[in-house]
Design a protein around this ligand. Structure first.
Ligand code: G3P
Ligand code: CA
Length: 350
């Protein structure tokens, strides 16, 4: 069934199912133990070092994260780099180094730069590119343009994680996201196929291997499942990300989740879709999403758990209380956090 058709047929049901207030008793607590839960380092230990840099990934690894996340985009010369945005402006000095290379919207697109050009850029903690003044998005994080950081390729990052797996004897996984696949296709670049191809080159070929492939775009999820994975002869765990946008509200319904389950092994919702951010301590509004996913054999890994001021919702007493509510009251299987040390420690001590 097409998503658009599903949208039409489910509009009436959405109001009934979204964010229904559920008075959870302790008996409703998920049976999984702390040792079953996973911590995904969101863009690495990005609460401490500039996101997606190799030092941030090494730090996350050392902190004990179970998986390290890679957002992946493609360069002009078809190389895969690890970067959250399809533009270079928020986290590099591209505007200073390459004047005159922005598109009409003022942004410098990764697809317009070669890997060699991108490798010359300095990487920084993310800043606000809207105001014209360089101000950190998270004021208490790593200082702007301090020290020296570079963009890295997906292959470089996988080699570092696999190398650490050899040298430490641990087995930490990867969690690549195919960023804006439709945009890349419109630029003549098949990002999804290229990502899976690199994963195959590095030995991720079966579902039991420690890799999840995630995307926000349902059409890409289907293409991965129906075309790319079979054509490359691999099976990988797929995760449908949910951003809560009006276009994608169907994904939060029981029928929508059942449809996604035909293609995916997991859901990655924005955390407010699981516990309504307007909840209070005495009225925790938990949606049916985790139950829908579990009923369909899917895992649930919400994003993004942050310590920064204003990012722990009022219904939680602390960052750790927020983790408790998600892991053990709502029953999620894992979560993305910028502060993997805190989540690892929390699970260890529970
Ligand atoms: O992929 C999970 C989470 O990272 C999605 O949000 O925008 O940080 O990639 P984003
Ligand atoms: Ca991501």
């Amino acid at each position: 069934m097409q998503a658009s058709h599903l949208n039409r047929t489910l509009l009436g049901a959405i109001a009934m199912t979204l964010m229904a207030s559920v008075a959870l008793s302790p008996a409703a607590v998920n049976a999984q133990s702390a040792s079953d839960k996973i911590v995904v380092a969101h863009r690495g230990a990005s609460g401490y070092l500039p996101e997606h840099t190799l030092p941030a990934k090494a730090m996350a690894y050392a902190m004990g994260a179970h998986y390290v996340e890679q957002d992946v985009v493609m360069t002009k010369d078809d190389q895969l780099i690890v970067l959250h945005d399809i533009t270079l402006d928020r986290t590099t000095d591209v505007a200073e180094q390459f004047p005159g290379r922005a598109r009409e919207d003022g942004r410098h697109y990764v697809v317009d730069f070669t890997l060699a050009e991108i490798m010359t850029l300095r990487v920084t903690e993310g800043y606000n590119v809207e105001t014209g003044e360089k101000q950190l998005n998270y004021p208490t994080r790593f200082p702007l343009f301090a020290s020296t950081f570079r963009v890295n390729t997906l292959a470089e990052e996988i080699e570092m994680i696999q190398g650490l797996n050899v040298s430490t004897g641990k087995n930490i996984g990867i969690y690549p996201e195919i960023k804006s696949p439709a945009f890349h296709l419109s630029e003549g670049k098949d990002l999804g196929r290229a990502v899976v191809s690199v994963l195959k080159d590095y030995g991720y070929t079966r579902k039991e291997h420690l890799a999840y492939v995630q995307t926000f775009e349902f059409e890409e999820l289907k293409r991965l499942h129906d075309e790319i994975l079979p054509e490359l002869g691999v099976e990988l765990k797929l995760v449908q990300l949910l951003d809560g946008g009006a276009q994608n509200e169907w994904m939060q319904t029981a029928d929508g989740v059942a449809l996604i389950a035909q293609y995916a092994d997991g859901l990655g919702p924005e955390k407010g879709m699981i516990i309504d951010r307007d909840s209070t301590k005495n009225n925790l509004r938990i949606s049916g999403l985790v139950g829908f996913a579990h009923n369909n054999g899917m895992q649930v890994h919400p994003y993004t758990f942050r310590l920064d001021e204003g990012h722990v919702p009022a219904y939680a007493d602390s960052f750790e209380d927020m983790l408790e509510l998600f892991y053990f009251t709502a029953g999620v299987d894992g979560l993305f956090t910028d502060f993997p040390d805190r989540a690892v420690e929390y699970l260890k001590n529970r």
